[in-house]
Design a protein around this ligand. Structure first.
Ligand code: ADP
Ligand code: MG
Length: 376
């Protein structure tokens, strides 16, 4: 297989038609706060696309500009090939599921779901049929008569989803929709969301700060940092070929070999990332000194800092060399316990020899631009 970074292939075949969502030079400032800074994105029809980033990185603001709740400071929002930057929210073919669900507490689940059809003038019989269909889709068939207060968190979340889907939008925007659910329920809802998206076939734009959730769910994702997208790609592309130190550290965990040590350790200039599972233990204790890496590998001898057992894997922290500025390089290696039964015998301070293949090194772009301050 050729490296995905060289020939990125979209997960969803792009039709010759316009993208379902196109953002061009999108920017939003609140006073002096730059919430979103020159975001360019294209999302295809039927794609499950995630916006992933830490709290405050501008994800919700992008979503609100797509929905029409927020007017961009500059740039444009193009939906289905038509510039809708100045079109009010209610005229856009877009539905939103909010993190807090925003259900009407005095209405039943069924009435909540029916609301959007009612304001669009869909008549009684047709309305009842579509509400039943939407409740069925989210597996709430029997609970239409209950009010939100009589439903669990997961069930309220389903009502919000049914309410957003019942109007058959072209695009569904989801802002951290699973954020309030506990882990087990969350994992279950992730699977259901994926299957619902496959069923309805519309574009899902999903916001999350949880990297596992983004990688599990989406066809492609954009990684946000300080109002900008640092990388856009499939989960495999972003995980295997992180573009910047931020992406390498936010999506999965990464060892970063700083420029100050790169020549010495890997024989080339630059800053490099290496995933912990790509590091292999050659030998520890008495065997460390005689260990030899294979052809094409880089070898490093250090000492064991920490050994963290976690069931299927063990994470070993290795204390490496000190760079010119006096800071010590620490590398993490994640080893499968099934492959390396000896790791439980490792002790802090033991000498340890590790190796990684040159092809596992990922050059990082350390010159990512900082956000430009808003004019005062
Ligand atoms: P995220 O959804 O990624 O957590 P947001 O889009 O909510 O990020 O926020 C991005 C930045 O914009 C944050 O610094 C936030 O405080 C700021 N911000 C968002 N909305 C407003 C607002 N209405 N007024 C002032 N600042 C805002
Ligand atoms: Mg948000």
């Amino acid at each position: 297989m050729s490296p995905v970074s060289a020939t990125p292939e979209p997960a969803v075949a792009r039709a010759a038609t316009a993208p379902q969502i196109a953002l061009r030079g999108l920017r939003k400032t609140f006073g002096r706060v730059v919430a979103v800074d020159s975001v360019d994105l294209e999302i295809a029809d039927g794609e499950f696309f995630a916006m992933l980033g830490p709290s405050g990185s501008g994800k919700t603001t992008v979503l609100r500009m797509i929905a029409g709740f927020e007017r961009p400071t500059s740039g444009s929002v193009i939906l289905g090939g038509v510039d809708q930057t100045a079109v009010p929210a209610f005229r856009r073919d877009v539905s939103t599921v909010f993190q807090d669900y925003a259900l009407f507490p005095h209405m039943t689940a069924g009435q909540n779901v029916a609301y959007g059809l009612k304001v669009r003038g869909v008549g009684g019989a047709e309305r009842a049929r579509r509400v039943a269909e939407a409740l069925e889709m989210v597996r709430l068939g029997d609970l239409g008569a209950r009010k939100p207060g009589e439903l669990s968190g997961g069930q309220r979340q389903r009502v919000a989803l049914a309410r957003a889907l019942v109007t058959r939008p072209k695009v569904l925007l989801l802002d951290e929709p699973l954020g309030a659910l506990d882990l087990k329920l969350r994992e279950q809802m992730q699977l259901e969301l994926k299957s619902i998206q496959r069923e309805v076939g519309i574009t899902f734009l999903f916001v999350t700060h949880d990297q596992d959730e983004a990688l599990t769910l989406c066809d492609r994702l954009a990684v946000f940092n300080a109002g900008r997208t640092e990388q856009v790609g499939t989960p495999g592309e972003v995980y295997e070929y992180p573009a910047t130190p931020f992406v390498a550290g936010f999506v999965g965990s990464a060892n970063v070999i700083p420029a100050a040590l790169a020549e010495q350790l890997v024989g080339k200039r630059g800053t490099f990332a290496i995933r912990p599972e790509k590091i292999r233990v050659l030998g520890a204790g008495a065997k460390a000194a005689s260990a030899r890496a294979s052809v094409g590998e880089h070898q490093l001898t250090g000492t064991v800092g920490e050994v963290v057992y976690s069931g299927p894997t063990t994470r070993i922290v290795i204390d490496g060399p000190i760079d010119a500025s006096g800071s010590r390089l620490q590398l993490s290696a994640t080893v499968l316990n099934a492959d390396a039964p000896g790791t439980s015998a490792l002790r802090r301070g033991d000498p340890i020899a590790i190796a990684w293949h040159d092809s596992a090194l990922r050059p990082l772009d350390t010159a990512a631009p900082a956000p430009q301050p808003a004019p005062s």
